[in-house]
Design a protein around this ligand. Sequence first.
Ligand SMILES: Cc1cc2nc3c(=O)[nH]c(=O)nc-3n(C[C@H](O)[C@H](O)[C@H](O)COP(=O)(O)OP(=O)(O)OC[C@H]3O[C@@H](n4cnc5c(N)ncnc54)[C@H](O)[C@@H]3O)c2cc1C
Length: 379
Amino acid sequence: MKKRILILGAGFGGLELSTSLSETLGETVEITLIDKSDFFVFGFSKLDVMFGRAAPETVRLPYRSIAKPGVRFVQQTITAIDPVAKRVTTNKGVFLADYLVIALGADYEVGATPGLTEGENEFYTVEGAERLRGMLPDFRRGRAIVGVCGAPFKCPPAPSEAALMLHDFLEQRGVRDQCDITLVIPFTTPIPPSPDSSKALVAAFAERNITFIPTRRVRELSPERRVVVLDDDTTLPCDLFLGIPKHRAPKVVEASGLTEDGWIPVNSRTLETRYAGVYAVGDVSNPGTPKAGVFAEGAARSVASSLIAELSPAGKHQPYAGAGSCYVEFGGGRVARVDVDFFSGPKATGAHREASTELRVEKEHFGSSRRARWFGMRS
Ligand SMILES: Cc1cc2nc3c(=O)[nH]c(=O)nc-3n(C[C@H](O)[C@H](O)[C@H](O)COP(=O)(O)OP(=O)(O)OC[C@H]3O[C@@H](n4cnc5c(N)ncnc54)[C@H](O)[C@@H]3O)c2cc1C
């Protein structure tokens, strides 16, 4: 009988894992990829949508395009996970696995921040990015705040990118002089593992007259009083809020008993959970790397190598390296890159590559290569 590999979640982690397994094992195994959505959207596309650089329909990558040997995509909502029996219940049925990989990402706990509303004043959901896209052209005067409501959060550079892109957006409309921009993040620097990237970002904020408030998070918002309140009780006037909600593991994962301190603990080199044959990759897990697509992808490749090593004589386990490159929008059409490495040395490092138009092309290739690899799209 063919081994059954069940992958929960078709985001960065699940897509890369199913692709890698299919490439080597093909029809010799039964790979089932389950997601509640019928499309995938890159996180960075939400910024493009919000600032009107991409139309919402162009960034939705439909799962029906997936055609890979051995892989079956199932659009269903997972309602229960039993890691001992490797048994998964969905809104439509039950799936049993020989190997179970949880790649369900991070959910948002919007209600934890009074005044924050999903799909309204946050840009971390597709709905929120689309809604703000409609509202931004009306913002011509006043105080804008890009604010983080809790850590950890996905893609640590994203709030800085949003502030810089907002600057460009307002400047292109000729209203920048009438608007203030403030960025509130809970870290001491914009990208803690990279002093050089952080320095470049802080200089970019200063050049553009963006007020940077580090080591603070937004505790609540009062749209009626037009203020946000920070965790040290500072009150800031605010006419436009672009928020990053608090994150949490999906409730179905919490209910499964797999989490500890909010996320699934894993062996940082093998991504194994404490249950035999059960792995977790990406934002839902806690291997010691940030919540970002490149890390979910790297973890997925490592799990693929473990499963291939178990199921085929050719395979060899590749430990998760905990390293990856993140692209950072600097505005003005330029993109920087930070090459972060969490496991090689005694502490995390982040090498900075200065913002350039060449790196913009490289970032575009990052997206198009995944569209081709995961969805078979050539464009
Ligand atoms: C604005 C923004 C910009 C970003 N920019 C970058 C960037 O430039 N580079 C980068 O590397 N990362 C970036 N990220 C982060 C990146 O998008 C995430 O870290 C990445 O998607 C995590 O991958 P994952 O596979 O763990 O989870 P996800 O990609 O979130 O996938 C999880 C999947 O699980 C599904 N799911 C959840 N619950 C259920 C359920 N109960 N039943 C069925 N399916 C379910 C979801 O529908 C989803 O498809 C950005 C994020 C944002 C918000």
